[in-house]
Design a protein around this ligand. Sequence first.
Ligand code: SF4
Length: 317
Amino acid sequence: MAPKLCSICQTERAMLRRPKTLQRLCRACFYTVFETEVHQTIQRHQLFKRGDRVAIGASGGKGKQHADSTVLAYVLKLLNERYDYGLELFLLSIDEGITGYRDDSLETVKRNRDQYALPLKIVSYEELYGWTMDRIVATIGQKNNCTFCGVFRRQALDRGAARLGVNHIVTGHNADDVAETVLMNILRGDIARLQRCTEIVTPGDMEGALPRSKPFKYTYEKEIVMYAYFKKLDYFSTECIYSPNAYRGYARAFLKDLEAVRPSAILDIIHAGEALLVRGDVKMPVQGQCERCGYVASNKLCKACLLLEGLNRGLPK
Ligand code: SF4
């Protein structure tokens, strides 16, 4: 039987089936469609302007594989050169203080710094908050640890970005992450978050949060891993040892089941999330400033200061 040819170039042998569309492609055409789609997303949503200083943040997906930030760094550098975006790129990593997980992944990030010749800044929970995730888990147990970690990471990225003097942060959140979060917010009835989680850019504010965007918002996780694998990129693939977040795990498994039956399910869920506009009578939180640290807050204290207060008083729950 003759080998199947790539459905785009019709000359090379098809080497893979594209997860998003099930098209059979050769490697070169896969790279081209992958990179071009990210470029189109960046252009369509005007994510950057010339002269922007952009930090590529560790995506810190909840307990998943970490090809995202490596591929994002690689592809952004490539597109910046290919299309002359005029960006200055930096790597920004957060050290949550998780022995056996983050210390290993930081070694990968350091290699990425050398491979891509990008400056790297690492900020740690220990230095910012006086707590590592190891100590937090030892204190509160392994139940709400990802809540602490997520709140701390958000602020840590902004503080690290301020030290780098950048004006924009990009994260490696991909289409699967966004669809999963849409599902989670629907399941929890969290309508205010539902709208925010589908935004490709969250605008910055006066209180220190920088604009943040997700160039991989429409990129499938499987394609990111495939791209990293075929390009032989140096990425990290261990799961966080504190990852079991049961509810998110169910949402993730459900999404994977849907994707297996219908690959477009991931994009369909994102589009559904985008289309669900908040009704006028749903109360949206008003953003102010934390009395203690000055960060964005919808109450007197920002979430990080509130969580820290509980931890320091020994009343985390
Ligand atoms: Fe991710 Fe949770 Fe691990 Fe933090 S503790 S790195 S949020 S899985």
